[in-house]
Write a protein that binds this ligand. Structure first.
Ligand code: ZN
Length: 338
């Protein structure tokens, strides 16, 4: 089913190896270059070691700004970080690497490596097919979060409109708490502002600073208050109409008796599901569903595919489906340890 090739692999520590010199999204002592595809934690593995041990650590400017917020401004200064714009090639020995946009969170990139023989090795990182350019490849390494045929979203409605209506309904009763992950929270802020929601937004400290970084890159998030400052505290304490944004890890800690919305990609049957008296889950994802992943493979026209089984998802099933539908050799890596 798959002829292993030396051009690409995924290690047991989660490093996506591309060509001779490049490892993405985890530390790999055998590769001089480390790429950070985006600022989510499962793609920052061993970053401290990479900063110490790699010749260069490469990422987009926006990813750098987000890591500065999430890890503190001194963190990246302990190594040789170079920022690379989308579409700008970087030559290292006989290999050329280029980052391309991935529609996922601010700054997210796909990676193309072209070797001396002109072979194209592509790593998608995390992506949503909608606004992600599909790169043609010889060897493709692709994320597998929703790589099972059970992970299809076919609501037939625009989730953004459903989310806006739900928030507007909640605001009639007072504060609406929204829980999500970094990047997606800011996408929600933008959706609500574009839909004309003008209530004040309140954010916890990290969410606030990630939002400010997003505004540097032309996201328009409107008036935003820090949750522990006077005016915001007053709004929250009196359950007044405002939208309060918190990282998912604060669910169950704040806003307990208020209107609560959790935003999750792991919802496939309904755009909105009520989970409690005033609690809802909205199916807004920053990953492609199964159909989107398959579409990427089809249009990329690879000869070999590796599905990333290090990170959460359905890599084994996805590799199997790719072989079944396209007769392209496909394997999930790293292999399950016995
Ligand atoms: Zn991600």
């Amino acid at each position: 089913m798959f002829t292993l090739n030396a051009e690409a692999s995924v290690t047991y520590r989660g490093a996506v190896q591309l060509g001779e010199s490049i490892a993405c999204d985890a530390f790999d002592e055998t590769k001089p270059l480390r790429i950070v595809s985006h600022a989510h934690a499962d793609h920052l593995i061993g970053l401290r070691q990479s900063l110490r041990g790699c010749e260069k650590v490469l990422m987009t400017n926006a990813t750098k700004d987000l890591i500065d917020v999430l890890r503190g401004p001194l963190f990246l200064m302990s190594g040789f970080v170079e920022t690379l714009d989308y579409g700008k090639a970087f030559q290292y020995g006989e290999e050329r690497l280029t980052l391309f946009k991935a529609d996922h969170i601010l700054g997210a990139a796909q990676v193309l490596v072209e070797n001396a023989e002109g072979k194209r090795i592509v790593y998608t990182g995390d992506f949503r097919i909608d606004d992600t350019p599909v790169l043609e490849s010889d060897t493709l390494i692709i994320e597998a979060t929703y790589g099972s045929p059970n992970c299809k979203r076919s609501f037939g409605v625009d989730v953004r409109n459903s989310l806006t209506s739900l928030v507007e309904e909640g605001l009639k009763h007072g504060t609406v708490y929204v829980f999500g992950y970094h990047g997606k929270i800011q996408e929600i802020m933008q959706i609500l502002r574009l839909a004309g929601v003008s209530a004040p937004f309140v954010a916890s400290e990290k969410v606030f600073h990630v939002s400010k970084a997003c505004e540097k890159y032309n996201m328009r998030l409107g008036r935003l208050l820090l949750s522990d400052e006077g005016q915001a505290r007053e709004l929250l304490n009196t359950n007044s109409p405002c939208v309060a944004f918190y990282h998912m890890c604060n669910k169950g800690k704040v806003g307990l008796n208020s209107f609560q919305i959790c935003v999750s990609g792991w919802e496939f049957d309904f755009p909105i599901r009520q989970t409690g008296d005033k609690e809802y889950v909205v199916a807004l994802s920053d990953h492609s569903d199964f159909e989107g992943l398959m579409e990427y493979v089809r249009r990329s026209k690879p000869k070999h595919v590796i599905t990333d089984s290090y990170r959460v998802g359905h890599a084994e099933t996805f590799a199997h489906e790719i072989y079944k539908h396209f007769r392209i050799s496909a394997i999930a890596l790293p292999k399950k340890q016995q």
